[in-house]
Design a protein around this ligand. Structure first.
Ligand code: SF4
Length: 116
């Protein structure tokens, strides 16, 4: 679940044409790691295979799966666990499979790109 900063809450609420207070009261709770997160899973703004507020999504959603953060390898099991639930997880996972498929890394390491 994404963690919202105060800035994320403001942007997300604007995307919904609601106030930050309305958003927080209806959907958010304090997160253990600081900031706020959704009260329930899956995300209440997931509609079918799309985000109902994609243009205003929080930074945590924008940077998923957080490969730039520490302990990225420790979180990969969470990616697999959410693969069948969240379309964003599915798309990221499938993209990583395409990018990291056997042979592609070796070709990239040897300076050969654009191969099959
Ligand atoms: S991107 Fe996904 S997790 Fe983030 S707000 Fe949208 S539906 Fe929810």
């Amino acid at each position: 679940m994404p963690v919202f900063s105060e800035e994320d809450i403001e942007r997300f609420a604007q995307g919904l044409k609601a106030s930050s207070k309305e958003l927080a009261t209806e959907y958010l709770m304090r997160a253990d790691e600081g900031g706020f997160t959704f009260r329930c899973t899956p995300c209440p703004f997931l509609s079918g295979k799309t985000c109902r507020n994609y243009g205003a999504r929080p930074n945590d959603c924008r940077s998923y799966p957080h490969l730039h953060k520490e302990n990225a390898m420790d979180r990969l099991m969470g990616v697999v666990a959410n693969y069948s639930i969240c379309p964003i997880v599915f798309n990221v996972y499938e993209g990583l499979k395409r990018e990291l498929r056997p042979g592609r890394l070796a070709r990239c390491r040897h300076g050969i790109q654009g191969g099959k």
